[in-house]
Design a protein around this ligand. Structure first.
Ligand SMILES: *Cc1c(COP(=O)(O)O)cnc(C)c1O
Length: 367
């Protein structure tokens, strides 16, 4: 009798990440408003850097991403020694959990937060613990009440995905102050660049001042480099040291390092992306507000997407299908406890106009 390899039971507890759809059921390509990608694409300078890296394909990348870490440090006023780069910030979130939690430990996060936290907890054998949220927003009191002597890591996305909600610097500070000093607080700031300038550096200040705060950022969203898989984290040297021990030695490609560095230099593109998002998001939220008689409601968002709730006769699934029919993929997340909502990325202006028209027509209103 033969025996098959036996996977760890906690690995079988993972629901593999299900990416958003990008094709209709008949195979037709859809315009993706389902993955929070930048509708303006990528900075021309970053694309040129990608092109220039083609000749280096036979060589391993710089394992320490030194030039990129230096560039990040200069832009944000950080110490490059306190920065580590990752294969997307997803890798860093997983490594943060793995470095500090394992079997018998708990990893805490908010209900309706980023799906990767649950995977990161289970991957290292730890128990994922969800604290209830309030109005789709992280609830600091509920998070603190859920801390036990087994809690090792707390994840908080701010702004949060999939809800788009954001908690104030004072609330972040209150969460941190309420945590035992041996609990790692990971602030996932994938959407921080969409905030007003003065709200952007709160996490950095906490990470500089305390030994138990790690802030993660990404080039996948406002920088428009999702395909290159580049993220980074900053925190106390001892935290960065742990991540460096367990990350892949060549975890960021040469082209990715070059493109990210060039993208950092093109803050004009970042500004344009933020301005586009702020204007189109406001227009979209106003259009949803105009459909409140039909049970549609937009959750207030500080990110590059909006969670639209469907509490009337038009169901989320009906809207999902109508939008696909019109050529748009948006995100339906029943598996995350959001069967009555769609997460819609802020796209190009013309696309947002068409999405609004589809939703208005479903409600029986003139487009
Ligand atoms: C998109 C996203 C990330 C970034 O993932 P990458 O691996 O850097 O592409 C991280 N956290 C949240 C909350 C996100 O929505």
């Amino acid at each position: 009798m033969t025996h098959a390899p036996v996977p760890k039971p906690y690995i079988l507890g993972i629901h593999a990440y299900a990416p958003g759809k990008s094709a209709a059921s008949d195979g037709r390509a859809l315009i993706k408003l389902s993955a929070n990608e930048n509708p303006l694409g990528t900075s021309a300078a970053a694309l040129a850097a990608l092109e220039s890296a083609r000749g280096e394909a036979a060589s391993y990348p710089d394992p320490d991403a030194k030039a990129l870490r230096t560039g990040i440090a200069e832009l944000h006023g950080l110490d490059p020694a306190r920065i580590v780069c990752g294969t997307g910030s997803d890798e860093l979130l997983n490594l943060a959990a793995q470095g500090f939690a394992g079997t018998g430990d708990e990893v805490l996060f908010s209900r309706h937060s980023f799906v990767v936290y649950d995977i990161a907890a289970r991957r290292c054998g730890a128990t994922p613990v969800e604290a209830p949220d309030r109005d789709f927003t992280a609830d600091v009191d509920a998070l603190l009440a859920a801390v036990s002597e087994r809690t090792r890591v707390v994840f908080l996305a701010n702004p949060n995905n999939p809800t788009g909600t954001w908690i104030t610097p004072a609330e972040i500070a209150r969460l941190h102050a309420g945590l035992p000093t041996d609990v790692l607080m990971v602030l996932d700031e994938a959407y921080a660049e969409y905030l007003d300038a003065d709200a952007q550096s709160v996490g950095f200040a906490l990470a500089a001042a305390h030994d138990n705060v790690l802030v993660t950022r990404t080039f996948s969203k406002i920088y428009g480099l999702a395909a290159e898989r580049i993220g980074w984290a900053t925190g106390a040297p001892a935290l960065v040291d742990v991540i460096n021990r367990i990350r892949g030695p060549f975890n960021v490609t040469s082209s990715g390092q070059k493109a990210a560095l060039a993208a950092l230099d093109d803050q004009q593109f970042v500004e344009a992306s933020r301005a586009h998002n702020t204007a189109e998001r406001a227009r979209f939220i106003a259009a949803i507000a105009a459909l409140c008689n039909h049970g549609l409601a937009a959750v207030q968002s500080e990110a590059n997407f909006v969670l639209v709730r469907f509490d009337g006769e038009v169901r989320a699934e009906t809207a999902l299908n109508a939008l696909a029919e019109a050529g748009y993929a948006v995100r339906h997340l029943p598996s995350q406890g959001l069967p009555d909502a769609l997460r819609i990325t802020i796209g190009k202006s013309g696309d947002m106009t068409r999405v609004i028209a589809v939703l208005r027509q479903l409600c029986g209103e003139a487009p």
